[in-house]
Design a protein around this ligand. Structure first.
Ligand code: SF4
Length: 114
């Protein structure tokens, strides 16, 4: 089994800002949750490795990453989200920083008339 076949995309809900880009690029893998507007992986095998990698590279806040997947489809134990790690060190979630940056970028683009 190739290395890529043991991995699945995973969305860090603490970082995701619900922009829908991943679900647009790979609708066979991601869907937006009605409860909180965040993305989730509902079918890890719903797109090619290259397509999933493209969603990982395209996410504006780097909320998606590869995670090890067991042969039964479940994720490996002991996974810690990056937002949890950041909160542990600073008490401020990375998602707050990322969300603020995206909001500032959007405001700047509006000012520039883009
Ligand atoms: S591209 Fe990133 S921020 Fe946008 S919905 Fe997907 S995971 Fe969330």
């Amino acid at each position: 089994m190739a290395e890529e076949e043991k991995k699945s995309a995973w969305v860090d809900k603490g970082i995701c800002i619900g922009c829908c880009l991943c679900a647009s690029l790979a609708p066979g893998v991601y869907r937006m949750r009605q409860a909180d507007g965040k993305s989730e992986v509902y079918n890890p095998d719903g797109a090619s490795v290259a397509e999933v990698q493209n969603t990982i590279s395209s996410c504006p806040v780097a909320a998606i990453s590869w995670q090890d997947r067991k042969t039964d489809g479940s994720f490996a134990a002991g996974r810690i989200s990056r937002s949890e790690i950041t909160e542990g060190f600073t008490g401020v979630s990375r998602s707050d920083h990322e969300r603020k940056k995206v909001e500032e970028d959007i405001a700047q683009q509006k000012e520039e008339g883009r």
